[in-house]
Design a protein around this ligand. Structure first.
Ligand code: FES
Length: 106
């Protein structure tokens, strides 16, 4: 079962068991992880699921597609090289994922 490590802006960490095929966003929302809103439900139209993906974990995911890239310009907190929309990060069996939640989402 993949685990997702959510680090808050204050450095506190929450570890949640995820399921392959679920997104980092839906896993957060289902478990009440602070700071990940997921307002549009994963349809790439809100950017309230913005996270910073740990550099070591980037190898597990394709880069952002065109639509995600455009939405990443609309995030409430600054966009960085590691910025991703967590609704587009789909969990895989045997792969743990580490993300940092930005200061603000909306
Ligand atoms: S949940 Fe809206 S863009 Fe990810």
């Amino acid at each position: 079962m993949p685990k997702v490590f959510y680090v808050q802006p204050d450095g506190s960490e929450r570890v949640v068991d995820g399921a392959a095929g679920d997104s980092v966003m839906s896993t957060a929302v289902r478990n009440g992880v602070r700071g990940i809103v997921g307002q549009c439900g994963g349809s790439l139209s809100c950017a309230t699921c913005h996270v910073y993906l740990a550099a070591d974990d980037r190898q597990y995911f394709d880069g952002p597609g065109e639509d995600e890239d455009e939405m990443l310009d609309c995030t409430a907190s600054d966009r960085e090289d590691t910025s991703r929309l967590s609704c587009q990060l789909v969990l895989r069996e045997g792969v743990d994922v580490h993300v940092t939640v930005p200061d603000e989402q909306t």
